[in-house]
Design a binder for this molecule. Structure first.
Ligand SMILES: Cc1cc2nc3c(=O)[nH]c(=O)nc-3n(C[C@H](O)[C@H](O)[C@H](O)COP(=O)(O)O)c2cc1C
Length: 217
């Protein structure tokens, strides 16, 4: 099948787009508003977009406290959403008024960050401390008139729970990160699902040497 996204003429029960770009990592974004009230919400329109300098983007549809706070205060933190924290992550997505602190309603603990003011999720094994860089917007959707705000942040400090560092490497599988798929579906990384593949080598003619172990032509 093929469908035109403007017409949305897929004929399926629900728009399939988010089931097709999957799994998407979840940025669990904490911010403070101008009055110091904490805010926490998951964003699956989120990713690491560069490593040097280290930058992340999250994207909010409609007015969201997270991007407004990040813009106004210049800081945000992304904690890692994991299998053990799946219900808390989900609870923190509640669309509540800005004066409500989602750490409290999600029964999570705040831990102080090192380089920025917004706290991290203490129960999460990783937190990226970010300085706000800029916001850009998507075009307006022709049908609904809606747009998304894309917030770019520079990662200035990173917290890693030492229990997940083994032989000088981070054991991501052991953290069991969760990711968003389409509909109400999620994926989880478990240690047994992690596989390793080194970059391929090429000869001067561009032939790939391996990973099959012999020269391919
Ligand atoms: C797993 C998950 C991923 C989500 N991803 C996004 C997203 O990428 N963008 C968005 O606007 N809302 C997303 N939401 C909904 C927001 O978390 C929700 O609207 C939240 O209340 C926003 O909070 P805020 O207004 O405090 O920023 C997601 C919800 C869940 C459960």
């Amino acid at each position: 099948m093929f469908y035109d996204t403007a017409k949305n003429n897929h004929g399926l029960r629900f728009t399939p787009l988010k089931a097709l770009v999957a799994p998407r990592p979840i940025g669990w974004i904490s911010t403070l508003d101008k009055n110091g009230v904490a805010n926490l919400a998951p964003f699956s329109f989120f990713n690491l977009v560069s490593d040097r300098p280290p930058c992340v983007i999250f994207s909010g549809g409609g007015p969201k406290d997270s991007w407004r706070n990040a813009q106004e205060t210049g800081e945000f933190v992304c904690s890692l959403a994991t299998w053990d924290l799946r219900y808390e992550m989900n609870a923190s997505s509640a669309e509540v008024p800005p004066e409500i602190d989602e750490f409290t309603i999600s029964r999570l603990t705040k831990a102080p960050s090192t380089t920025v003011k917004p706290p991290r999720v203490a129960e999460s094994p990783v937190a990226l401390e970010c300085k706000y860089v800029s916001t850009t917007t998507t075009p307006r959707d022709e049908k609904t008139g809606k747009l998304h705000h894309l917030v770019l942040g520079l990662v200035v400090g990173i917290y890693i729970d030492d229990r997940f560092i083994k032989d000088g490497l981070v054991d991501t599988g052991a953290m069991m990160p969760i990711a968003r798929m389409g509909y109400h579906d999620y994926a989880v990384v478990r240690p047994e699902n992690v596989f390793t593949m080194e970059l391929p080598e090429h000869d001067a003619k561009g032939n790939v040497l391996g990973p099959w172990g012999k020269k391919q032509s």
